[in-house]
Ligand binder design. Structure first.
Ligand SMILES: NC(=O)c1ccc[n+]([C@@H]2O[C@H](COP(=O)([O-])OP(=O)(O)OC[C@H]3O[C@@H](n4cnc5c(N)ncnc54)[C@H](OP(=O)(O)O)[C@@H]3O)[C@@H](O)[C@H]2O)c1
Length: 315
């Protein structure tokens, strides 16, 4: 593990600290017309999204905001809304064609750069050492940022070795705080680790109640690579938002299916990045830290696994 570039993100002040006299658990406070998700601690309101420490020491929020398909003005407005309600991890990618919109939303939010955790991804068309360096700089320019918190190799195709070398150099230069991969299976991870000087911090993969990825889950734990779930709601497929098993659990806790699903990801120790274009859903999806699913409900949800992708068109 490369220890040279210990990221300064470890001391990042991610909490929104707002003086408050209220007492209670998780609430939403209107702040200048926006809503800040908060949990009360003493007389302060804190953003209650917990962090996970990655294998290089960097802190990453355990719940973030996905932006696939949120392009143009909708992309900008959604990212602005997401930050205003309390999200700090924003996930984009070159191939989403929305890095400019995401950057504009970030800029408009007025939030300090160090409060955010921004991920982008290198597309396979840009694989190889030289191309990857250029693609990274293009992403930074589009986002209007000086550095990325996380940069992922998007799919295990192309010249992964050349790209990884470029990503390692950018990491050492401090332009990326953590590097990782996406959609890699255990064999592809082993291949990468055979030559990697810096171990991936993250593997972002499809994971949801219908595709729980138990083998990869155990494999990543053993390797100390954090698992991150893309499409944590299966993008709404297979009737997830009207699933009767999930609805019955949701009723017990006076929560929605979306909240139960995100809580299940959270309790599995997986970082989830739900997408929404609606502010009410964004807020709802943050409100998962005031209840807990007992083992029995975790097991019931485990039984929903179909052990197959819901996105066959992408494989
Ligand atoms: N690495 C990769 O290869 C890869 C691949 C796919 C995705 N990703 C990342 O993962 C992110 C999330 O995945 P995704 O965008 O495919 O889908 P997703 O987050 O699983 O689901 C998004 C869908 O859920 C709906 N939704 C959100 N909150 C809801 C709520 N509280 N109640 C009811 N419906 C709700 C949204 O509709 P509304 O807009 O109406 O709320 C939207 O239709 C992406 O945006 C992207 O950042 C990565």
């Amino acid at each position: 593990m490369d220890k040279k570039n210990q990221p300064d993100g470890i001391n990042r002040r991610r909490f929104l600290q707002i003086g408050s006299a209220f007492a209670g658990s998780a609430i939403f406070l209107p702040i200048s017309g926006n809503y800040v998700f908060g949990a009360i601690s003493g007389n302060r309101v804190k953003n209650s999204i917990p962090d996970v420490k990655l294998n290089n020491g960097l802190l990453m929020p355990r719940l973030g905001f996905g932006t696939n398909t949120l392009t143009g003005d909708i992309g900008e407005r959604s990212v602005y809304d997401a930050i205003s309600v309390g999200y700090r991890l924003i996930d984009t990618a070159t191939v989403y064609g929305n890095e400019e919109s995401v950057g504009a939303g970030i800029k408009k939010s007025g939030i300090k750069r160090e409060e955010l955790f921004v991920t982008s991804k290198l597309w396979v068309d840009d694989s190889g050492y030289e191309n990857s360096k250029k693609a990274f700089q293009t992403s930074l320019n589009k986002l209007g940022l000086e550095y990325l918190d996380l940069y992922l190799y998007h799919r295990p195709r192309g010249d992964v070795k050349g790209s990884w070398k470029a990503m390692e150099e950018l990491y050492r230069e401090g332009k990326i705080k953590a590097i990782g991969v996406s959609n890699f299976d255990p064999g592809q991870l082993s291949e990468l680790m055979a030559y990697a000087k810096i171990k991936p911090a993250i593997n972002q993969i499809e994971a949801h109640v219908f595709y729980q990825e138990h083998i990869l889950y155990d494999d990543l734990k053993k390797r100390d690579v954090q698992m991150e779930a893309w499409s944590p709601f299966a993008a709404g497929r297979n009737g997830i938002f009207s699933n009767e098993t999930l609805a019955a659990i949701a009723r017990k806790y006076n929560k929605s299916i979306a909240q139960v699903v995100l809580r299940w990801h959270f309790q599995r120790g997986i970082v989830a990045i739900p997408r929404s274009s609606q502010k009410t859903h964004m807020i709802e999806n943050l409100n998962i830290f005031d209840f807990e699913l007992p083992n029995s409900d975790m097991q019931t949800i485990a039984s929903l696994d179909l052990n197959t992708t819901q996105f066959p068109e992408w494989t």
